[in-house]
Design a protein around this ligand. Sequence first.
Ligand code: KG4
Ligand code: ZN
Length: 390
Amino acid sequence: MASEKLILGIESSCDETSAAVVRAGTGVLSNVVASQLVHVNYGGVVPELASREHLRAILPVVREAMQRAGVTYDQLDAVAVTEGPGLAGALLVGITFAKTLAWARQLPLIAVNHLEGHIHAVLMEAGAQFAEASPLLALVVSGGHTHLYLAENQNGVWRYRNVGRTVDDAAGEAYDKAAKLLGLPYPGGPWMDALASHGDPRAVPFAFAQIKQKVTGKIAPKLAGVEQEQRFDFSFSGIKTAVRRYTEVHHMGSRIAEREQSLRARGLLTAKPSDAEAFAAVLATFDTQTLDLIASFQHSVTGNLTRNTLAAAAHFGAQAIVVSGGVAANRELRTRLTEAADKAKLPIAFPQIALSTDNAAMIAAAAWPKLLTRSFAPETLEPTPQLRLG
Ligand code: KG4
Ligand code: ZN
């Protein structure tokens, strides 16, 4: 029966090796995510290390996903894998594994765009109101991406059109870079989020440059009722530079170096802000001025994301908004977007935290409509590191 169908999803585009078994696009039987810790010491993802770690993790992660789901390979109906965008060597590990498994078990192979996966991480839980909204506006905001898409389900096939993207850094990247400038552990986004509530968000007035709206003139895939070509692009490299300049002007260098050293010495560089004891220890290294800087940074970034998203929704007459990607976990962003959407009378949905960062359940969920329409990948599937959506 179609509704019983099981898809094994595999995700390896960046620094998470993940496998999940999902029934009929929404029933998550398992979702195993192995996060690579090796990058912590480098303050960013090192591509060569990522590939090696994926190679090490892929088999145990898939086995665990199958075991937790309580299914055998014979019960699977398809294997879905991230085709791109992402790191070439990292993607290659997942794709090679998925191709081999599909070939050995005579299963259809489904290629999924990672960004489409992020959108389906929300749709799989959000209900029909969102899946049927036409058009739907999706904000995908993570360490590697900041995109706005118009999405629409046309006879079972999802179509997307990009109406905004960052012209430089992704929002999560700006978070991580600003955090690194302040001597915080990697990834810094969750730390900045947790520390922001201890500072004054209006202390430092960061300004966002208007991105010139370019009319591309190129023929984009048409969505019903959507003709205009106006863009809602983002830019986040300016605010990172402004944070650096602020630390220089206010002679914060030695405080930052001291913090970094002390966190390293106490083994706190691998800690998570959700660990209350670690958070208290990190918070104690901060002064009011730096906490105000963090709160102001967050206020500025979340304000910019909120304004641009709501402006795009109004311009294109979106019927609902979905927000996904690692930064969708940000508390202030959730609050502000929810308030703005409520004011505009637009339904808005976020993924649960576990599905907001990279995971394979979202890949299996995005593959479900493709299984129904028998949209399969060739045996020759290869990674596409720069793959675009819409
Ligand atoms: O989606 P994801 O796991 O990986 C990418 O595809 O990039 O997103 C990770 C990004 C990192 O930049 C991380 O700092 C950021 O999401 N992030 C956050 C929060 N949680 C994760 N940024 C701000 N606030 C958060 N609470
Ligand atoms: Zn991602």
